[in-house]
Design a protein around this ligand. Structure first.
Ligand SMILES: Cc1ncc(COP(=O)(O)O)c(C=O)c1O
Length: 427
């Protein structure tokens, strides 16, 4: 059974009809399905089970502490990129040893605090960072585990803003430099540099870029081992497709089928850092239509959700399927692609109230007739959705609700006007 499906013409999340949820919590609201989160986590864990990986959920994709706690209790470790994310993961109950810390610009205070907390692995992105980390580890009197994030110069064929494994990107260390660093730091007293990390981009919808990059890095590991440098950890990063856009993506079993055999007999501990593939299709953003506006050349559906709630369409032209919660007879959508054009549908742009022409959730979509007050659901909103929201135009952030069967739990209240000025001193 799908976690989000139309029943009797009404969109449900698990056992809850979304109009009931909207009446209780208002709009815009992020609605997460517990079942969907767990099912997607399990699908990856099962596919990669032969490698016995540590699944480090990418906190950046969906950082609500309740969701982190849910995944942590289900066995997840965590991938973080800031001191704030370390704080969130630990608040959610994570064992610090199950946290891996990436990011190109970790500050000294973030590093020192993470060493003090006992973070399990630092995914180091530059020679300069490694030197700082070594110094701070010595000062803190603790030996730290390091994986060098190697930039394999492989094209992930994703949006330029979310490609991270090409030479021109700021991420990681090129192969030659990484080789030298592994040798230089081999046997160091305070940093145990024995891991290789990569992350190619997000989403990486096909298996090929992984296979190419893993091939390059395994070659480097062979050379290093031959030179007496011990490497015992390989972190494959995230980017696993969720099938959340227009482009089809491989599923966990397909990724695993090509990747698992590459590690046969390699004697490496494996880390994975999935975010989107677990969270994206586990939530919808629920909004209510405020006005229908007939422009000179376009018809606008103006809803109460904006780029401040979901910036992905404005930021990188991300596609989100969007549809009325109660679409009417004959309009239950058979699929989620942008070319869906059922008889009787009308072409519209779905926009928000923010004062920017970039404030849209969907452009040129054929939707069933929508009127003021109708609810719309923006699908695949669970990853890089609520986490990227802002208060621009002094808009309080949306509520977040977690559905489990027929129970509803408010996991983040809607912000208030007082929240908007809470950090402004001396008022
Ligand atoms: C280092 C690292 N790991 C993991 C991820 C998670 O990627 P995704 O959500 O596509 O799985 C990201 C996302 O940008 C990342 O930068």
């Amino acid at each position: 059974m799908e976690s989000f499906e139309y029943r009797g013409g009404v969109l449900h999340c698990e056992e809850v009809a979304l109009p009931v949820l909207a009446a209780e919590f208002g709009t815009p609201t992020y609605v997460y399905s517990r079942r969907a989160l767990i099912e997607r986590y399990d699908a990856l864990a099962e596919a990669f089970a032969p490698l016995n990986p540590k699944l480090c959920f990418a906190v950046k994709s969906c950082h609500n502490t309740h969701i982190l706690r849910l995944l942590g209790e289900h066995g997840a470790a965590f991938d973080v990129v800031s001191g704030g994310e370390v704080f969130r993961a630990i608040t959610a109950g994570a064992d610090p040893g199950d946290i891996v810390f990436a990011g190109v610009g970790k500050t000294d205070s973030e590093i020192a605090a993470a060493i003090e907390a006992g973070v399990g692995c630092f995914n180091v992105e530059s020679e300069a960072e490694l030197a700082v980390l070594a110094g701070l580890a010595e000062q803190g009197g603790k030996v730290v585990q390091v994986a060098l994030r190697v930039n394999p110069d492989v094209d992930a064929h994703t949006h330029p803003y979310t490609t991270t494994g090409k030479q021109e990107n700021k991420f990681g260390i090129d192969l030659d430099c990484a080789r030298e660093l592994f040798k230089h730091y081999s046997g160091h007293s305070w940093v145990r540099v024995s891991g290789v990390h990569m992350h190619l981009g997000s989403p990486v919808n096909t298996v090929d870029p992984y296979v190419q990059a893993i091939g390059k890095l395994l070659g480097m590991i062979d050379e290093l081992r031959a030179a007496g440098v011990g490497i015992d950890l390989f972190n494959l990063g995230g980017g696993w497709g969720a099938g959340d856009g227009e482009t089809p993506s491989a599923n966990p079993a397909e990724y695993a089928r090509s990747i698992v055999p590459l590690f046969k007999g390699r004697d490496l501990r494996i880390h994975l850092e999935p975010g989107r593939s677990i969270a994206a299709n586990s939530a919808v953003l629920l909004e209510r239509t405020i006005y229908i506006k007939e422009g000179c050349v376009r018809r606008f559906v103006i809803g109460d959700a904006a780029m401040t709630d979901l910036i992905r369409p404005a930021l990188y032209q991300a596609y989100h399927f969007l549809w009325p919660v109660e679409p009417g007879d004959g309009f239950v959508p058979p699929h989620h692609r942008s070319d869906l054009k059922l008889p009787g549908c009308v072409e519209v742009d779905v926009v928000g109230p923010v004062c920017e022409s970039g404030d849209f959730l969907a452009k040129g979509r054929w939707l069933p007739p929508v009127k003021r007050g109708d609810l719309l659901a923006v699908f695949s909103a669970g990853a890089y959705g609520a986490v990227m929201s802002s208060q621009y135009n002094s808009r309080p952030r949306a509520a977040e609700v977690l559905v489990d069967g027929d129970t509803l739990r408010l996991i983040r209240r809607r912000e208030t006007y007082d929240d908007l000025i809470a950090a402004e001193e001396g008022l």
